[in-house]
Design a protein around this ligand. Structure first.
Ligand code: NAI
Length: 794
């Protein structure tokens, strides 16, 4: 069976280009400059050679203006509180998601990479980076005390993952409180320009993100600018070296992510069919234009012939063609000059005596295409075995023993990544620590995530991107003589906030009319359920007035809720990232109804409008905190007295009962359930007995926030009686109780039968204060640790 073409539509993106008359200026201080005809360069579609756009060539004056705008924006951006900055980062992530296909199509047209990759890898990872760093922004003060942002950061990025490299750079820089001047690569500036437009659309404060387009001269002007505090660069080792020299002694911070010649080591006991697919991902992903591409195939002698035969067979079946065709494996090389460089290196390989093999099919006649290429009989010292080709060219060599494999793998000045293939875990884990590279993938390749640091050893550069350590690259310690930035009123709130106003106004004005009879129910298994008892309880407001009624839950309701929570076990298997997205989404939907929730709190508790609003805002921030933690509450690697390590993994406890306090009926509930949800538990909640309406309002927020059925179950009613039922229940794995001393005592006694973990409190906490209302204490109690011991190494 053969595939027909399946082109992705590009009409919207072409219309967007035409809407700009195919001409773009820089984005400085929140506005686009007017492009000037004789100070611009052309951008082409690498798959056809067609002209896509004219883009401004940044001059020293443009860089000056961008740096000045970034400097001017810095004080207000740095002084925002953590939550406000997190909201901006989140707004960026959301914006990317909303326009994901636009970005994907534009990236494919501009860079030549297949739409399958931009759609399924590049753009989702871009959004992931911004939402992951929204999390770090939220946790910044708590997790990085005594540190602050560099200031104005200059960032220069390459063309191989244009928008993803932007995200790797911009997300941590902004999250840490820096402002940015970024230069995209001259071959691929279009998604960065669309990104700048998105920043304008969401209303990011002017000057926080600035974009200056241009070639290496513009990059050098940013690097040399005296008012830039740190440079972050990804690109060739040669330019990286030049930047090291240019910034030496300037006091500027510097991180460099440079080239690689990564080994892909295959032992004879490896699963060769998996290896073949691994090679496809290692060297033909993005046409091999990947800094960590597995470009050196090192195979144990006994299986070399067999693997090469399988590989050739697979190469024969790879498809190359229009990047917008959803069925192609490979698209175009970014530019004719890069294609020429790849061809020249291949010719050199042949001259030096290696055997070149390419599939029998022809590459498209027009555009910059290069077939997948395999070299065998390669000497370890040959140019093609040493130099980064940055194209779809694999060089293979053989080895006999593991020691020889390590020696060959390390026979390069680079040290970015490595991949090891063996069905023998002992062997794989013996080899991994001996490889000189920043990343080692075992039986896998080219895996990336915002939560895991990426970066190289030796000539592959220094500094890490992603993870906690990646954020650390954009922070430096506060010197004692420096004043700490004072918090300012978060006047520059994301525009996403504005949407809440109308709904809230309506809620306030209609509250003067006779209430519609809307009886809140219990919330079990994702559905609103009437209480089994058939009774309702009155909820009295501050002045003794009836403000509502809720179901009077009983033992049967608790049993149903526990059953539903067990059925929701899929929650524990979601990734931290997925859980974090949902927690952010709950916060977003609560924020849209902020005034309504505040009005409800005032009506129940008599709290002033200001205090009630504060409670709702703290609840939103708290949800953000745990959205932030969901993909960061990592386990640890312990240095145990053994040749090897012990991996301490955090596991959710399972189904946790939660009984909530009366003070702060909304914030108390959120503060207790959010850490449990972030860590993968499911909950059965008994909300405040006296003020339960915030909880019953809250389930309608959960219903609109993609929370799977059974993850949160709410049973209103007599708190202590219901908590005791939960404590006695064999299928409840832990119980958190905040209430009275008598209630706590009863719960602890009842839990003795099955020795479930309990956490009880009766003194009351100042939930508004993040130092006591959130953080590691809650996370620690929400998980159990499993240690996995892995012997390896010498
Ligand atoms: P390059 O290193 O010249 O370009 C990367 C970025 O640096 C671009 O934005 C460019 O405009 C800018 N730049 C160039 N000269 C500069 C200077 N003196 N100061 C500041 N910025 C400067 O890479 P190029 O020429 O596009 O590709 C050449 C080779 O570099 C590739 O064949 C590949 O081997 C390697 N490369 C490696 C990358 C990686 O991710 N490790 C990415 C791109 C290229």
């Amino acid at each position: 069976m053969s595939y027909g073409p399946a082109p992705e539509g590009d009409a919207i993106v072409r219309a967007w280009l035409a809407g700009h008359s195919n001409r773009f200026g820089h984005y400085i201080g929140g506005a686009f400059t007017h492009p000037v005809a004789d100070q611009s360069f052309e951008v082409h579609d690498p798959s056809t050679g067609a002209l896509l756009a004219h883009v401004a060539q940044g001059s020293a004056q443009d860089v000056d203006a961008a740096v000045a705008a970034a400097r001017a924006a810095l004080p207000a951006w740095q002084a925002l509180d953590d939550h406000a900055r997190a909201r901006w980062m989140y707004a960026i992530a959301r914006g990317i998601q909303k326009h994901a296909r636009h970005f994907a199509v534009l990236e494919s047209i501009d860079n030549g990479k297949p739409i399958r990759e931009t759609r399924d890898i590049d753009i989702p990872l871009v959004a992931r980076h911004f939402s992951y760093h929204a999390g770090w922004a939220q946790l910044l003060s708590a997790e990085f005390p005594g540190q602050h942002a560099y200031g104005v950061v200059g960032q220069v990025i390459p063309w191989n993952f244009p928008l993803l490299m932007l995200a790797w750079k911009v997300a941590p820089a902004l999250a840490a409180g820096n402002t940015v001047v970024l230069k995209p690569a001259e071959f691929t500036p279009l998604t960065a320009l669309r990104f700048a437009e998105l920043m304008q659309e969401i209303g990011l404060p002017p000057g926080v993100f600035n974009l200056v387009t241009g070639d290496g001269r513009t990059g050098a002007a940013i690097v040399d600018h005296p008012d830039v505090d740190k440079i972050a660069f990804t690109g060739s080792t040669e330019v990286g070296r030049a930047i090291r020299v240019a910034t030496a002694g300037s006091g500027k911070g510097l991180s460099l992510e440079l080239g690689g010649k990564s080994p892909f080591v295959v032992f004879e006991d490896a699963d060769l069919d998996s290896v073949v697919e691994g090679v496809v991902d290692a060297i033909w992903f993005n046409q091999g234009q990947v800094c960590c591409a597995g470009s050196r195939l090192l195979v144990q002698e006994g299986v070399a012939d067999q693997l090469i035969a399988k590989l050739r067979d697979r190469m024969e079946r790879l498809r190359i063609g229009s990047p917008l065709d959803k069925t192609v494996d490979m698209g175009a090389i970014v530019a004719p000059v890069q294609l020429a460089r790849i061809k020249q290196l291949c010719a050199q390989g042949v001259e030096e005596g290696a055997t070149c093999w390419q599939p029998s099919w022809a590459t498209p006649a027009e555009g910059s295409f290069h077939p997948p290429t395999l070299f065998t009989n390669v000497a370890p010292s040959a140019t093609i075995a040493q130099v980064e080709i940055f194209g779809p060219v694999l060089v293979s060599m053989t080895f006999r023993t593991p020691e020889e494999a390590v020696a060959l793998a390390n026979n390069t000045p680079f040290g970015l990544a490595a991949s090891v293939w063996s069905e023998n875990i002992n062997l794989a884990l013996d080899i991994a620590p001996k490889l000189k590279s920043g990343v080692v993938w075992i039986n896998s390749t080219n895996l990336f995530d915002a939560g895991a640091g990426f970066g190289g050893y030796r000539e592959s550069g220094f500094g890490r991107e992603g993870g906690r350590e990646g954020l650390g690259e954009y922070l430096k310690p506060v010197r004692s003589h420096e004043p700490a930035p004072s918090p300012v009123d978060a006047g520059a709130e994301p525009v996403v906030h504005a949407a809440s106003d109308n709904a809230a106004d309506t809620a306030l004005t209609t509250s003067t009319l006779p209430a519609m009879d809307r009886t809140p129910k219990l919330f079990i298994g994702g559905k609103q359920a009437r209480s089994d008892s058939g009774y309702s309880r009155r909820v009295l407001g501050a002045h003794g007035r009836v403000v509502g009624e809720v179901g009077d839950g009983n033992r049967k309701d608790v049993r149903n809720a526990v059953e539903a929570a067990h059925a929701g076990a899929g929650w524990s298997k979601l990734s931290g990232h997925q859980r974090s997205q949902i927690l952010f989404y709950i916060a977003e939907n609560l924020s849209a109804r902020e005034l309504e929730f505040a009005a409800r709190l005032s009506a129940m508790t008599g709290a002033s409008h200001l205090d009630a609003t504060r409670e709702v805002e703290a609840s939103i921030s708290r949800l953000f905190t745990y959205g932030a933690w969901a993909d960061k509450h990592d386990g640890a690697v312990h240095d145990v007295p053994l040749r090897g390590v012990a991996l301490a993994m955090h596991e959710p406890i399972g189904v946790v009962g939660v009984a909530c306090p009366d003070p702060y009926p909304l914030l108390g509930l959120v503060s207790l359930i959010a850490p449990l949800l972030a860590t993968g538990n499911r909950v059965v909640v008994v909300p405040s007995e006296r003020y339960p309406l915030s909880a019953t309002d809250f389930y309608s927020v959960l219903e609109t926030s993609d929370v799977p059925a059974g993850v949160v179950n709410i049973v209103t009613g007599p708190r202590d009686a219901l908590a005791k039922v939960l404590a006695e229940h064999d299928d409840v794995d832990a119980l958190w109780y905040v209430g009275s001393r008598a209630g706590a005592t009863a719960v602890e006694k009842a839990s003795a039968a099955n020795l479930k973990r309990t956490w009880t409190e009766w003194d009351g906490r100042e939930w508004l204060d993040p130092r006591v209302g959130e953080g590691r204490e809650f996370l620690r109690r929400a998980v159990q640790v499993k240690n996995i011991w892995i012997p390896y190494g010498e």
